[in-house]
Write a protein that binds this ligand. Sequence first.
Ligand code: SER
Length: 610
Amino acid sequence: MNKVSASEVREKYIKFFGSSPRSHAEIKPAPLVLEDDPTTLFTSAGMQPLVPYLLGESYPAGKRLVNSQPSIRLGDIEEVGDNRHTTFFEMLGNWSLGDYFKKEQLPWIYEFFVSELGLAKEKLWVSVFEGTPEVSKDNESYEIWKKLGIPEEKIFYYSAKKNWWSMTGTPEEMNVGHIGGPDSEVFYDFGIELGMHEKSAFKNEKCHPNCDCGRFLEIGNSVFIEYKKVGENKLEELPQKNVDFGGGLERITAAVNGMPDVFKIDMFSGIIAKLEKKFDVEYGKDEEMDRSLRIVAEHTRAANALITSGIVPSNKAHGYVLRRLIRRALMHARKVSDSKDISLSFVDLSKFGIPIELKPEDYVQKVLDEETEKFKTVMDSGIKKLSTMVKNNQKISGDVAFDLYQSFGFPLELTLEALESEGLKFSDSDRQLFEAEFEKHKEQSRTTSAGVFKGGLADQSSEVVKLHTATHLLLATLRKVLGEQVVQKGQNITKERSRFDFPHPQKLTDEEVGKVEKEINEVIDKKLPVKFEVMPKEDALKTGAIHAFNEKYADTVKVYYVGENLENAVSREFCGGPHVGNTSEIGHVKIKKQEKIGSGLMRVYLALDN
Ligand code: SER
């Protein structure tokens, strides 16, 4: 258990920014759930309700504001399970509405971390904005950090992808009308021994604050909101220069206690301890088990926050998110628990002073229990339906497959695992059919859930398209290096990485990782064209193109291939696209991370390395 509680950190922060010479007025945080805002489901940043004032309207309490804002971010839901990602968190925030700027903000936040919280100076690293043709490099912040005593080798310049903040991303990505600007982040260094660099193929790569090996934890972000997007590729300077600082309370508390794992701070340790007792397991002994315990703990806490904010599970909008969180937690509980005793508990958020209005314990517990019962019923009837279909050699209907997926939450592989643990055995072709039907339905329903859980090729940004082609090369190369048994079991592409699942009994060795990366990059360097041909399915099969499952395809299919002609292509795959026109557009790639996600199943993350 940590020595300094999250409540103490929150209190110190509000007091520090409230006292002279900083003199910020403490404002009430916005509700977690935004019922009337059609553009967004939840409050995800403290600045959200302040937009009119950042644009220049005058705020009654003054130009300096501070609070702790409960927030929900779903973009990272699939990262939950590691040492630091959560969907629900509190964000400590301070704002200057056209008042103080960089030369006050950076020294203040540094003073808060070092003098108030006692973080060791030498553990702090920072990042600043490297500039674009339109917006200049942030040398001013660089100089301020240097003057404060941060050594130059710990100050990193990054591009807009990392050091620009707006609700909708980089200057290019930003929605017209949105505001944002360059930012400067502070990272806490837990030491090299925690990073992958020591123990894997990444040894030779120089670690840096934005490396996601677990060594560095981002604990604060000072955004200098100076711009508004006014047209395609057009930014306009705002009439005033604002500061928007945000720092995750859970992460800061972890740093203060020297704990690289946020699940060990007081806000989580009680929940984890309960789970250990209930399931008779020990946290911190097994990577896969820890991942599931973290997911159960995190989603339970988030579900409590949502229920207590008035949401009930449903199939739409807020209720859908709540249902997914609860069911995902239940599914991981099943993974951990032999007894199949899966229930979720009430979490007393008020114990930690989380500033949201609470519903009574018995109400929250009732909602959780009802949803758990529904989950069990869906699962039972799903298993029954599926068993009959499998037994009678029936085609698994898309409805049933997709219902099960929706009910059990991400990822599909876990759904199958859960079904198998119920005694329902899938043959390879059943499994493929299930996945194919599921994919078909997912495609159809994408529009309904778009915006809530983003991902896949719904996003056709240049990064996603590059990674899509790179993923074809990854599959072809994995088959070459590991063997033809490698097939695609799951895939999800975001701007940051491509996540790829395939059957393989153990993690790839450093040598295998190196070989796969090298081979892909060599193909890229050959500047090969990426083309497709539309042909009858029968002919396509004869070309040896990799196809996920026959059932999925229409009579006429598109085969994408990398190389001058189909016969000698490096990769041939049934695919709808889109892809780059030439491999040289990809730049280089690297395998960022790998993990074992189930029996006989590996997951690798491929990223652009430019
Ligand atoms: N708005 C910024 C963020 O959410 C800083 O508060 O990261």
